[in-house]
Structures are given as structure tokens and as C-alpha cells.
Design a protein around this ligand. Structure first.
Ligand code: BDR
Ligand code: CA
Length: 321
């Protein structure tokens, strides 16, 4: 089976992504195995995020997926308390779900787990990162051979042709550790970047949320209640109740479950200076008038447009979760 490692900062849309990946793995015909999940500070601290992830896994009826705690602080500076105004004080919209009886991995950090898994599944491991890139950069430092061991890295982050969501130019996952992101984009591996360009226009609306709750399935119901909180934050963004589908879309792209209409492979640099551009993903899209001719040194596929609306695909998957 194809091995996947997920790195996350669970978070409401991370919760959607975890449930999506678990549902995909539960379908034997997909041939997917989740070999490990790492937690990083972002929406919540790495420790709180790890416990949210464990609880969601338990709610999905699984107890066999190792969850390791990764970096609490970004490469430079300290964790600044997350985003309770977006994700709630507990990271999952202040919804209470049953505590898992499983514990986080003892004696191995997320970056150590990633390096070990990359060796155990040499050339096969698919990495999905849906939080700040601190653990991924730490793993690169631990083992600079990592890019040659990993099959591909798909990440939710950045803004190519649209504004940022935390500064005028920066997206939260990149901005929360711009130094780590710059290292990850500079390393020699194939990256698929799922930026705000595609995650902002793909949204859940009230009828999707209601369908989750009406399903009566424990995970789907919990996600529906979490989305109630997330929708309120997005009223200030879209002008109505909705939520961007950032992290589950990255999982869908990694699994090949959405069609990519425009996704050129281009050079991407991350601004990690201390100026107003900090956290910006500078994507070389100058080929856009010319069918994006091949660029030397380019190794990041930037997803700019999908074939179809992603919400129905996500809803269908979550209704099986
Ligand atoms: C990203 O930032 C986090 O708040 C979300 O979970 C997502 O990964 C969107 O900018
Ligand atoms: Ca996230």
C-alpha cells in the first residue's frame, strides 16, 4: 500500500483533512496507508494539535495511527498562541469530543518520525503538510538526504496570484514559519503547492454543514459542529457563512482525487526577510501568457485552478467517514 505521512496543526480545516484522509484509507480499494502523523504549532500548539488529532482518529474508530509531537516554536522566535479567533480556544471550534485512550508517540519527535519513515519507505513515502513547515525543515536538517527518499511533498500554503490571509501578501502556514518554508522550497524535491488561489474559492456552505450533521456519523457530526465556529470567522471574509477548504483540498490533491486545470511547475521563493513581504511565496508565473514553458530549476507545481468545485467531493468523502 502507498504510505502517507501527514504533518498538521489541528485546527478545524485540519480536522476536515484528517477525516478525509482516514476515510480514503478506510476504503481498501485506494491502497493507502497512513504510516504516521506529526503535529506542529500553528492554529494551536503542537501538543494540543496532537491530542485533537488523536481524538479525531479515535472518533473514526481507529487506534493504530502513531501521532508524534513536533516543533512547539518556529525556527526563529516563539509560538504566538495560535488562532483562537478562527479555530476556537481548543482548535476545534470549542467542540468537545471524546478523549482518545491512545497516547502520543513517546521518545520520537515528528521530524524524527518523518526521517525514519522516509528511510523505511524509501522512494515511496508521500508527505502532506498542512501546517507551518517547521517539522519538515527540521527533518531536512536532521537528514539532508530526505528529498531523495521522499516520493513527493504536497503542502497547503502560500498565495500565488491572490492576496495573503494573514498579511496582504502572506498565507498563514508560510508566514508562521517563513524561515522553515524558505528551506523547504529551496530543497531539491518535487513540491505540489496548494495555495489560497484554489483553497479560497472552494468552500463549504450551510447545506454542506447540515448534511454532515444529519448523517449522524460521529466524525461527520463533530465536524459539522466545528464548522459552525469556522463559518462565523469567514463571515468577515466572504460576507456570509462559509468556510474555505484549505487543508482537505491539499489532501485531495495529494491523493489525485481532484482534477488540476492549471498547475504549472515553476520556481518558487519564500520571502523570509523582516520586511512587509515576509512570508510571501514568490511564484515565477511570467510564463502565464505563453502556456507556461519549462523553467530551468523549477520544482514546484503550483495549483492555480481545479477542474471542478471541490465541495461535493469532500462532502461525499466525509459522509463515509
Ligand atoms: C492554513 O492556515 C491554517 O489556519 C489552516 O489550518 C490552513 O492550514 C490556511 O491559511
Ligand atoms: Ca492547517
Amino acid at each position: 500500500r502507498v504510505p502517507y505521512y501527514l504533518d498538521c496543526d489541528t485546527g478545524i480545516d485540519d480536522a476536515l483533512a484528517v477525516a478525509y484522509l482516514l476515510a480514503a484509507a478506510a476504503d481498501e480499494s485506494n491502497g493507502i496507508e497512513i504510516v504516521g502523523i506529526g503535529s506542529v504549532s500553528g492554529n494551536v500548539s503542537a501538543s494540543v494539535g496532537a491530542h485533537n488529532t488523536l481524538d479525531l482518529i479515535a472518533l473514526s474508530g481507529r487506534d493504530d495511527i502513531p501521532v508524534a509531537v513536533g516543533a512547539h516554536d518556529p525556527q526563529v522566535g516563539s509560538f504566538r498562541g495560535g488562532a483562537p479567533h478562527v479555530h476556537g480556544a481548543n482548535g476545534i471550534g470549542d467542540v468537545a469530543i471524546a478523549k482518545s485512550v491512545s497516547s502520543v508517540v513517546d521518545g520520537e519527535s515528528a521530524e524524527q518520525m518523518l526521517v525514519r519513515l522516509a528511510h523505511e519507505h524509501e522512494g515511496e513515502l508521500r508527505v502532506i503538510a498542512i501546517g507551518p513547515l517547521t517539522n519538515i525543515a527540521a527533518a531536512l536538517r536532521l537528514d539532508p538526504a530526505l528529498p531523495g527518499l521522499v516520493k513527493e511533498l504536497t503542502l497547503m500554503g502560500g498565495a500565488a496570484n491572490v492576496p495573503g490571509n494573514i498579511t496582504p501578501v502572506a498565507e498563514a502556514n508560510i508566514a508562521n514559519d517563513a524561515d522553515a518554508a524558505a528551506e523547504v522550497f529551496a530543497a531539491d524535491w518535487f513540491i505540489t503547492m496548494v495555495p489560497l488561489d484554489v483553497t479560497m474559492p472552494n468552500v463549504f456552505l450551510e447545506h454542506h454543514r447540515e448534511a454532515l450533521i444529519e448523517s449522524g456519523r460521529p466524525v461527520a457530526v463533530a465536524l459539522g459542529h466545528m464548522l459552525d465556529y469556522y463559518f462565523e470567522f469567514y463571515v468577515g471574509v466572504y460576507g456570509h457563512r462559509a468556510s474555505a477548504l484549505h487543508d482537505p483540498l491539499a489532501v485531495a490533491v495529494a491523493l489525485g482525487e481532484v482534477g488540476l486545470k492549471t498547475a504549472p511547475v515553476v520556481r518558487v521563493l519564500v520571502d523570509h526577510t523582516d520586511g512587509p513581504g515576509r512570508g510571501q511565496t514568490i511564484c515565477d508565473l511570467r510564463g502565464m501568457y505563453n502556456g507556461f514553458p519549462e523553467q530551468s530549476g523549477a520544482h514546484a507545481r503550483v495549483v492555480l485552478e481545479l477542474d471542478d468545485d471541490f465541495a461535493p467531493t469532500l462532502l461525499a468523502k466525509l459522509l463515509t467517514a
